[in-house]
Design a protein around this ligand. Structure first.
Ligand code: NDP
Ligand code: 13P
Length: 334
């Protein structure tokens, strides 16, 4: 039995806390709003973000950050990417020399374009053991104990294995790798492509378009990922094509639903309000588009998604822009 603290009491933090508590570990789930945490404590369930799944006795909820850090050496961050650096800064004074940090956040830092392990190095230094968890995994499916497989990446493979061991059970497989860059870029880029897939479906373009978009989206993900130092096999694995397929094809995805709304012509504010949860791909589209420009990498689907989100391009015009591109070789373009 190991003590683990999970930070961020949204849908994903709650699902991960549930998983590890069900595995018999002693788990603390921290959230930033004392009123929200009081409701979780009273209901023994997260009615706001993950209704219908009761907390086991070995899952405690906390609103005190220092107490949550003291509770465990293994700390798992599940706050959105826009809050990542500020959250780490708040965490710093409470860490012990034995603290190990993992994150399940999918995204990059907007202002700097940095990967989140670089943000960890900036704020916590290079010595702290660090690992990322990613892959095709909707919070509700995990909470419902439906079979799920993910990837855990760390440059310290011993820590990756330890974390995978905390998560692993007969319904949840956690594979390990040292490709911390590829795993993060897969998880970030798929959210942009899920918005694009939603747009295509919202426009009523159907199954052929969706399959083409996923496949050419994977080519974009790989071009960027390889240029930034990720390994090809990572993009062909759970954290790459696995999560891309999941998020582009199932309406549990908030990024896909956001795109669906845009494709149907609904006002952006209305879609965001109706979803009522984090839509990481909105900010990530901006970051990935900037990275692609800086590195001179062709990412046409990302570019058109960027234009829809940030330059008011009509979704139909964005699709036409993609279809009207010059004819080219499929493999050379990758
Ligand atoms: N849901 C899923 O299926 C999966 C999500 N992820 C990733 O997990 C991350 C978290 O998303 P998810 O849980 O789904 O989002 P939700 O919208 O379900 O919850 C977001 C949570 O983050 C909290 N939060 C927001 N800002 C801050 C902050 N500044 N400091 C601390 N906490 C903050 C919110 O708190 P409050 O309620 O107080 O606003 C809320 O608890 C994202 O990067 C997402 O991509 C990864 C895999 C699966
Ligand atoms: O990352 C996820 C599943 O792997 C969740 O996707 P959304 O953030 O689009 O809901």
């Amino acid at each position: 039995m190991t003590a683990v603290s999970v930070f961020g009491a949204g849908s994903w933090g709650t699902a991960l806390a549930l998983l590890m508590a069900r595995n018999g570990h002693s788990v603390a789930l921290w959230g930033r709003q004392p009123e929200h945490i009081a409701k979780l404590a009273a209901a023994r369930c997260n009615e706001r973000y993950l209704p219908g799944f009761n907390f086991p006795d070995n899952l405690r909820v906390l609103a005190d950050l220092a107490e949550a850090v003291r509770f465990a050496e293994v700390l798992i961050v599940a706050v959105p990417s826009h809050a990542f650096r500020s959250f780490l800064t708040n965490l710093t004074p409470h860490l012990s020399p034995k603290s190990k940090i993992a994150w399940a956040t999918k995204g990059l830092e907007l202002q700097s374009g940095k990967l989140l392990h670089q943000v960890i190095e900036d704020v916590l230094g290079p010595e702290i053991p660090a690992a990322v968890l990613s892959g095709p995994s909707f919070a509700r499916d995990l909470a419902a104990n439906l079979p799920t497989a993910v990837t855990v990446a760390s440059r310290r493979i011993g820590f990756a294995k330890m974390l995978a061991g905390l998560l692993h059970n007969n319904r949840f497989r956690a594979y390990t790798t040292d490709d911390i860059i590829g795993v993060q870029l897969g998880g970030a880029t798929k959210n942009v492509l899920a918005i694009a897939a939603g747009v295509a479906d919202g426009l009523g373009f159907g199954a052929n378009s969706r399959a083409a978009l996923i496949t050419r989206g994977l080519a974009e993900m790989m071009r960027l990922g390889l240029a930034m130092g990720g390994k090809p096999e990572t993009f062909m694995g759970l954290a790459g094509v696995g999560d891309l397929i999941l998020t582009c094809t199932d309406n549990q995805s908030r990024n896909r639903r956001f795109g669906l709304g845009l494709g149907k012509g609904l006002p952006r504010d209305q879609i965001v309000a109706e979803i009522g949860q984090e839509i990481e791909g909105i900010v990530t589209t901006k970051v990935i588009h900037q990275l692609a420009q800086n590195l001179g990498i062709e990412m046409p689907i990302t570019e058109q998604t960027y234009k829809i989100l940030y330059e008011n391009l009509a979704p139909l015009d964005a699709v036409n822009n993609l279809l009207l591109r010059e004819q080219k070789s499929e493999t050379l373009a990758c």
